[in-house]
Design a protein around this ligand. Structure first.
Ligand code: BDR
Ligand code: CA
Length: 325
């Protein structure tokens, strides 16, 4: 059995990753959702995870922890969050559980997410998989507090960075790494030498986007599912589509975070794993937050991570379909 802690900034594509995880609860154990600011403000991230768990009837099964609300070095004002997920992070759709709900908040754990990550890593010593689909602030703070943490983990899956420098937030940088470059740097440099780190970069998700016709067909196929849950999440996805489709480089629907979860749940989804050294650019004027990849293996002191050359789209689509069954 896998034991999975999901650190996320939910977020439409984070939400699909969370749902994939929850829909596998017969096979893997979701030990916690830890929240980090990114796509939207931290309190909204917390609410979105609670809203999802409520829709799934799993509020009592998966604890939610609130973590860091902004980057380690707040150069970007925290309020300047990602606009593609709507103001609440879930596309502001009417069918979602109301966001301002004290009842829901009663399910939030008191412990800080960073402390929870450290504690849980001790409880599942050697067996815990962490997946991070938001800025890496919580993971960086956790290793700063407890340098032994990485050696207690089984593996980490991270969605973030670029392999070839095609940024989605600046010309050089991807959103999660750009939001907290120091967090990304601290995480990669301190975990990668002590446990297996898998990096699902922005370009691989872009190259293996699901074609718009397939995605729209899938959305309308699911329209008939009348559960409150399906209705709400499909509306969120439709809102997300509308924004993504305006970006001409997005050739289809790439639910970035869902690819990372899919590979964690079924390693066959990730094709041609390849280990390369990486470092995060912290000081560049145009390139701050970008990922520098040692493609020719110069054997410098970069951090070794596993990239994937491709995605098995049939397996990935099956996981997406199964999530909604
Ligand atoms: C990443 O940025 C966020 O907008 C998405 O949720 C994903 O984690 C892609 O660059
Ligand atoms: Ca995310």
């Amino acid at each position: 059995e896998k034991y999975i802690l999901h650190d996320c900034d939910t977020g439409a594509d984070d939400a699909i990753a969370v749902m994939m995880l929850l829909s596998h609860s017969h096979r893997v154990k979701a030990v916690a959702l830890t929240c980090v600011g990114g796509n939207t403000k931290l309190n909204d991230v917390v609410m979105n995870n609670l809203r999802l768990l409520k829709l799934y009837n799993m509020l009592d099964k998966v604890p939610v922890y609130k973590g860091c609300g902004g980057p380690i070095l707040p150069v970007i004002p925290v309020a300047q969050v990602c606009h593609i997920h709507g103001s609440d992070g879930m596309g502001d759709v009417p069918s979602m559980e109301p966001a301002a709900s004290d009842d829901l908040l009663q399910n939030l754990q008191e412990e800080h997410a960073v402390n929870a990550i450290i504690r849980i890593s001790k409880e599942y010593n050697g067996k815990l998989s962490i997946i991070a689909t938001g800025p890496l602030t919580n993971l960086a703070m956790a290793v700063r507090l407890d340098p032994e943490l990485p050696s207690r983990l089984k593996e980490i899956f991270i969605m973030g960075g670029t392999r070839l420098g095609k940024g989605n937030t600046t010309p050089a940088a991807e959103f999660n790494f750009h939001f907290d470059p120091e967090g990304a740097h601290m995480t990669l440099s301190s975990y990668a030498k002590k446990c297996a780190v898998h990096l699902i970069d922005y370009e691989v998700t872009l190259d293996y986007a699901v074609s718009w016709p397939w995605f729209h067909h899938w959305l309308s196929d699911n329209k008939n599912k009348k559960t409150k849950f399906a209705k709400a999440i499909l509306e969120t996805l439709r809102a997300y589509c509308e924004v993504k489709e305006t970006k001409e480089w997005e050739r289809g629907m790439s639910l970035c975070d869902a690819y990372a979860m899919a590979i964690l749940l079924n390693s066959a989804v990730g094709l041609e794993p390849k280990q390369l050294g990486v470092a995060v650019e912290l000081s560049g004027f145009f390139s701050r937050g970008s990922l520098v990849v040692d493609h020719f293996n110069r054997k410098n002191n970069f951090s070794p991570v596993t990239f994937y050359e491709g995605i098995d789209l049939d397996l990935y689509k099956k996981l997406l379909i199964d999530t909604f069954l």
